[in-house]
Design a protein around this ligand. Structure first.
Ligand SMILES: [Zn+2]
Length: 177
């Protein structure tokens, strides 16, 4: 059982947010130079290096089907993630697989050293095509969230960018966070 819940945690990202470790800690890619080396990219806005977590999702749902207590573990959305889902999430037509009372929302994060201080921001999917032209390489993480019960799961991640190395932007002095 301990092994199983450990397996669940391995795919889960309840730790998203400023207080958490973020997806960088999943070590999906080895350390790399900054900026990312040149890549030959035909279409900067076309997802590449796609990682789909649908099998992981299925196995989590299968695991908790007969285990009510385990549901608490998978409905552990960080308050920051729930807020992001409410304010910036994009409504889907899929019902929550746990409570079935709410439609899931997608929250899209962008990460990558090339983004400099902008790494870790929540973006609307409509903003991504333009970003793909402005940066060489960054990874997009799409998280599904139920704002009612707190179910959250990394659904998909992929790389965008035109492949041309640039210096990461530095934070303007007049930007207050
Ligand atoms: Zn739910």
């Amino acid at each position: 059982m301990a092994d199983k819940s450990g397996g669940i945690k391995g795919y889960r990202i309840g730790a998203f947010g400023p207080g958490g470790i973020g997806p960088g800690a999943m070590k999906s890619e080895p350390p790399r130079p900054i900026p990312h080396p040149y890549e030959d990219v035909a279409d900067p806005a076309r997802p590449r290096h796609v990682l789909d977590y649908v099998l992981a999702r299925r196995s989590i749902l299968e695991t908790i089907k007969n285990d009510v207590l385990a549901r608490e573990k998978v409905c552990d959305a960080d308050p920051y993630l729930v807020r992001a889902a409410k304010n910036h999430g994009e409504q889907t037509e899929r019902n929550c697989p746990i409570c079935a009372k709410s439609q899931l929302r997608h929250v899209t994060y962008v990460y990558g050293d090339d983004l400099g201080y902008l790494a870790g921001r929540v973006k609307m999917s409509s903003e991504l095509p333009q970003m793909a032209q402005e940066y060489g390489h960054f990874r997009v993480y799409v998280v599904e969230v139920c704002v009612l019960c707190g179910w959250n799961h990394l659904q998909l991640s992929y790389v965008l960018g035109d492949g041309t190395p640039r210096r990461p932007p530095t934070k303007p002095r007049d930007v207050l966070e």
